[in-house]
Design a binder for this molecule. Structure first.
Ligand SMILES: C[S@@+](CC[C@H](N)C(=O)[O-])C[C@H]1O[C@@H](n2cnc3c(N)ncnc32)[C@H](O)[C@@H]1O
Length: 370
């Protein structure tokens, strides 16, 4: 750390680094760089708070407060005592340490965590607890140990509004990045014909309304020594709400999903911008008004017998869009290229797949349909 600045790392699912970097640039962070698994830039604590509050794509925000070379545990023990803990951790707030080791002489992550935790306890006097909300993440890679504080706590896809979750919900952070990759910037209507719990529709409406994703939730940084309540409240209040002229539509063949979507939209205070209907995709028509973006992640299916049924579903999705959504662009997220092809939609060459929940999912996009 120097003059109050350090490396801030926004973590994301592999494959979304470039999209997250574009968002970070858009949010005005200084010279963000896309690196493996996330985005890095230099900043201070106000930037950490703002990244947690305003980034829609980051899965969590890490403050990398120190970094040093270490090749054995006693050296790690000694050097860990010189990390500027007192400037970051509070003596009255419990902490815990998580370590990962890769290609390093120190390979026992449990022993490494123990050494770092003991150094903090003895040097600072802060209590350690397995249930602590404040987590120190140490990464030892090629004998370099990076010490980071997880400033988010609960992962950032938990915006704090969604109590009701469908069977296979899209994470809010991923949904926001896929919307961005489809060129969505809040200025067009959005339709999700298989909306489940409403993630795409709610994210799109919030973006259009200028609402900050972290406006209601709590963060781990509130429990650090660096937290400034007055400055934080000022930052939270600095949003510029907009009055969107477009509407955001979700439909699903499952009545339970529609009930959930409505409840989630109401909790996020964007109910009046959204419309949800219990309609199967084969019966859906375009809403009145100008065209915009259709985006969906239909079921992917993991059992062999699903194949035929899913092909028919993707065909019906494609048929509805090709016959009734002229002028609309499409974004389809699926793990199976053959299912994407079954839609018959004129997809552009896809970008890199995204690793999510053990699956490689890909966004397939079209130009406006004719
Ligand atoms: C993977 S989930 C979508 C999850 C959603 N993006 C979310 O974040 O909650 C797929 C959804 O497609 C819906 N679905 C399946 N077949 C459908 C059909 N023929 N018409 C409309 N919706 C359908 C399911 O009910 C399910 O909610």
């Amino acid at each position: 750390m120097s003059n109050g600045t350090f490396e801030i790392f926004l973590a994301t699912a592999p494959g979304l680094e470039a999209a997250l970097c574009a968002e970070a640039r858009n949010l005005g962070f200084a010279r963000p760089r896309a690196i493996s698994g996330g985005v890095s830039f230099v900043g201070g604590w106000p930037e950490v708070w703002r990244a947690n509050l305003a980034s829609r794509g980051a899965a969590r925000v890490l403050a990398r407060i120190d970094s040093f070379r270490t090749v054995h545990l006693s050296q790690l023990d000694k050097r860990s005592r010189r990390v500027p803990w007192a400037g970051v951790l509070r003596t009255d707030v419990p902490f815990r340490v998580e370590t990962t080791c890769k290609a390093s002489r120190i390979y026992h992550s449990g022993a490494a965590s123990e050494r770092i935790a003991r150094a903090i306890r003895e040097e600072l006097g802060a209590p350690m607890s397995d249930e602590a909300d404040v987590v120190i993440k140490a990464r030892i890679e090629r004998d370099i140990c990076t010490i980071a504080v997880d400033t988010s706590g609960e992962p950032l896809h938990k915006r704090g509004f969604k109590e009701e979750v469908a069977k296979a919900p899209m994470r809010e952070t991923l949904a926001a990045m896929f919307l961005r990759e489809c060129g969505y910037d809040g200025n067009e209507p959005v339709v999700d014909p298989m909306c489940g719990s409403g993630t795409f529709v709610i994210e799109a409406a919030e973006i259009a309304a200028g609402l900050l994703p972290g406006r209601e939730r709590r963060f781990a940084f509130e429990k650090l020594a660096t937290f400034n309540e007055v400055a934080w409240q000022k930052l939270r209040g600095a949003a510029t709400p907009a009055k969107p002229i477009h509407r955001f539509y979700g439909s699903d063949r499952d009545a339970g999903a529609i009930r959930m979507s409505r409840a989630n939209a109401a909790r996020a205070s964007i109910a009046e911008l959204t419309e949800f209907s219990n309609t199967p995709v084969a019966e859906l028509s375009a809403p009145p008004g100008p065209p915009g973006l259709v985006i969906a992640n239909p079921p992917y299916g993991d059992r062999i017998g699903d194949r035929k049924r899913l092909s028919a579903l993707y065909r019906a999705f494609g048929h509805t869009l090709l016959t009734r959504f002229s002028g609309w662009r499409v974004g389809l997220i699926t793990s199976d290229v053959n299912l994407a092809r079954a839609t018959g939609l004129p997809f552009l060459p896809p970008s890199q797949p995204v690793l999510h929940g053990g699956l490689r999912i890909t966004l397939y996009k079209t130009e406006p349909l004719i």
